[in-house]
Design a protein around this ligand. Structure first.
Ligand code: IMP
Ligand code: MG
Length: 182
């Protein structure tokens, strides 16, 4: 990370404000549900997840799934692999999946199908980002932080070839960045 990316698409400040709003809304929507389990979809959601759980004012439990769909490329292969298992039993529970970004929609579609079979009481999705122009399948995403244009973005947990996840804001990765492999 030799240089700071010129154009943050979402600044740290904006991120913080929006995540607080999402936390408030989720807290209201789930106020009567004592059994809430937030499942963070790793690795991309790790920073968003950590901020979101702290913005929710309800007792909740945490769990994680490591899912891989891109295998190092910047366009979707459509192949989704679940690399880890859940540690909690989700039957009869209110489940909120926390994703970094909904792009083609294939990951969310796959997870809804697989987890839906385990008979949770409810299953909803909260994504920090959504690229509606890229959707290949229609999927329900109950909470969205920001809708963004059709650009490849990195930072705040999102990667390009496993790099840039630690950028504290969201930036557009342009062709020059990809070529230089910085
Ligand atoms: P989908 O299955 O096509 O909706 O893609 C979901 C996954 O693709 C996300 O969880 C991300 O890991 C990855 N992804 C999609 N767009 C981007 C991007 O702009 N930057 C980094 N990762 C992305
Ligand atoms: Mg991902």
């Amino acid at each position: 990370m030799k240089r700071i990316f010129g154009k943050p698409l979402v600044t740290q400040e904006h991120m913080r404000t929006r995540i607080k709003e999402l936390g408030r809304q989720i807290s209201e929507d789930y106020v009567d549900r004592p059994n809430l389990l937030l499942i963070g979809i790793m690795k991309g959601a790790f920073l968003f997840y950590a901020d979101l759980v702290r913005a929710i004012r309800l007792p909740l439990q945490v769990d994680f799934l490591v899912v891989s769909s891109y295998e190092g490329r910047s366009t979707t292969s459509g192949k989704i692999k679940m690399i880890t298992e859940l540690t909690e039993d989700i039957k009869g529970r209110d489940i909120l999946l926390v994703e970094d970004i909904v792009d083609s929609g294939l990951t969310v579609q796959y997870l809804r199908k697989i987890l839906g079979k385990k008979k949770p009481r409810s299953l909803a999705v909260c994504a920090l980002l959504s690229k509606p122009e890229r959707r290949k399948v229609e999927v329900a995403v109950e909470y969205i932080g920001f809708e963004i244009p059709n650009k490849f973005v990195v930072g705040y947990g999102l990667d390009y070839q496993q790099k840039y996840r630690n950028l504290p804001y969201l930036a557009v990765l342009d062709d020059a960045d990809m070529e230089s492999g910085q």
